[in-house]
Design a protein around this ligand. Structure first.
Ligand code: PNW
Length: 449
């Protein structure tokens, strides 16, 4: 069973426990009701970019099966559901609302409300309309303004149906994997482009946040960032510095402009002198607009050492537990990052863990999926959150990534993050053992007998 200690924060009825998904990873119906192509349609259709040539064209067919999926959520007794809106579904090429796309999210959010499930909506989970990429994408400052216009349109249409708005999901991944390494759409590999993209993503976030405040004052507004734990098994001062640089490049790059109103000076002085962001007057004030909450996505720890060139290099630790992604299981990293942010930022907003979870090669055997590694993973990470709360960090909720097995970006359908198994041939959903334990825990928490 899933049985956290009596005083664990996750037992408090007001600690939000939920599950998360994202539009492109589950919806499918890529050309339905006037949806425009996004950079992920283009990227996944490009040979060699996604494992086995998988695409999100069908995915979990959630656009058509959303009612069944809401029943699944209600049956789990989750407090909250985190989803994202597909920008190319709701805005047409001329910037006008696409009513059919909006109607989908309206009926979905209404149904969730009827079921008593809190809604957490991300505006941008990586599916940039392709026509905006053709105009320079996030390298182009104009995209920040297009994003704010999209936020304005959506928040006017859906005001009152959303409890938590997040502007962006993981700007680090959009900027670095999309424009810096090319592992994600749109597939550019250029450090300057990544810094341009990061700046315009953050600017778009700040502009959108102000718009959301005007249009939907009762909701809470924030942003979701991915954070990485970097440590070293090396013994030299340069190794220690390498671990610092890792976290500087992953965490401070994003959090310092959001929470301190500046990019970390060391980042561009030491690591990337030739890739300075295109900051204009007033941008950092816009980016530093106060947040109602900060969403944190945490997955793994990275062991690094000095590379001998002033940078760092990853050196995987032998003999540690890993997931189907090859990512190290390291719950203490979540605790240590949370307490570290609490020390570093004076004005740290309330935190929600907006994603945590793991991939495993799950199969249905005799109608059941026994995902033991995931159950232990979730228990240990919730225990790490509990330790952070007891050390004074204000963490108010936790979402498991993900409700369903889904399109895992460059790894396609071969990596399974769901607490519910999806058989892609039939679209049959089978709750894994982790989902059943979560359901039992939430039912008991709701009505202790
Ligand atoms: C996140 N990394 O992506 C995303 O928000 C989800 O859409 C995704 O399915 C989930 O985590 C699992 O991957 C990440 O390389 C992708 O550090 C890559 C990294 C981190 C997060």
């Amino acid at each position: 069973t899933f049985d956290p200690p009596a005083d664990a924060v996750v037992r408090r009825p007001d600690f939000l426990l939920g599950v998360a998904t994202a539009a492109y990873q589950i919806e499918g119906a890529a050309t339905e009701d006037g949806r425009l192509p996004s950079i992920w349609d283009t990227f996944s259709a490009t040979p060699g970019k996604v494992l086995h040539g998988d695409t999100g064209a069908v995915a979990c067919d959630h656009y058509l099966r959303w009612e069944e999926d809401v029943e699944l959520l209600a049956g789990l007794h989750v407090d909250a559901y985190r989803l994202s809106i597909a920008w190319p579904r709701v805005v047409d090429a001329a910037g006008r609302p696409n009513e059919k796309g909006l109607a989908f999210y309206r009926k979905l959010l209404r149904r969730l409300k009827e079921k008593g499930i809190r809604t957490s909506v991300t505006l941008y989970h990586w599916d940039l309309p392709q026509h905006l990429e053709d105009a320079g994408g996030w390298r182009n400052r104009a995209t920040a303004y297009r994003f704010a216009e999209y936020a304005d349109l959506v928040s006017r249409e859906l005001a009152g149906l959303v409890d938590f708005w997040s502007t962006l999901n993981e700007p680090w991944c959009s900027a670095m994997l999309g424009y810096g390494t090319g592992h994600h759409a749109p597939g550019q590999a250029d450090l300057l482009a990544a810094n341009q993209a990061m700046h315009h993503l953050l600017l778009g976030h700040g502009l959108a946040l102000a718009t959301l405040r005007r249009n939907d004052p009762a909701s809470r507004k924030g942003i979701v960032v991915n954070v990485g734990r970097g440590t070293t098994d090396g013994t030299t001062p340069d190794d220690a510095r390498a671990a610092e640089l890792f976290e500087l490049q992953h965490n401070d790059w994003v959090l310092d402009p959001l929470l301190r109103g500046q990019y970390p000076p060391r980042l561009h002085d030491e690591l990337w002198p030739a890739a300075r962001p295109p900051v204009q007057d007033g941008d950092l004030e816009t980016i530093g607009t106060p947040l109602d909450f900060l969403g944190i996505n945490y997955y793994f720890r990275t062991n690094v050492r000095a590379d001998g060139n002033g940078g760092y290099v990853e050196v995987p630790l032998p003999g540690v537990e890993r997931t189907q992604m090859g990512w190290e299981v390291h719950p203490d990293g979540l605790r240590d990052l949370l307490t570290g942010f609490h020390r570093r930022y004076d004005n740290l907003p309330p935190i929600y863990i907006t994603e945590n979870g793991m991939a495993s090669d799950d199969r249905v055997v005799d109608g059941a999926v026994v995902d033991r590694q995931r159950i232990a993973f979730l228990e240990r990470h919730l225990a790490a959150v509990d330790e952070a709360v007891k050390a004074g960090v204000d963490v108010r909720g936790y979402y498991v990534w993900s409700l369903l097995d889904n399109f895992e970006w460059a790894f396609g359908y071969e990596r399974r993050f769901g607490i519910v198994h999806v058989d892609y041939a039939t679209q049959r959903r089978t709750p894994k053992r982790s989902a059943e334990l979560l359901r039992e825990f939430l039912a008991r928490r709701r009505s202790p007998s």
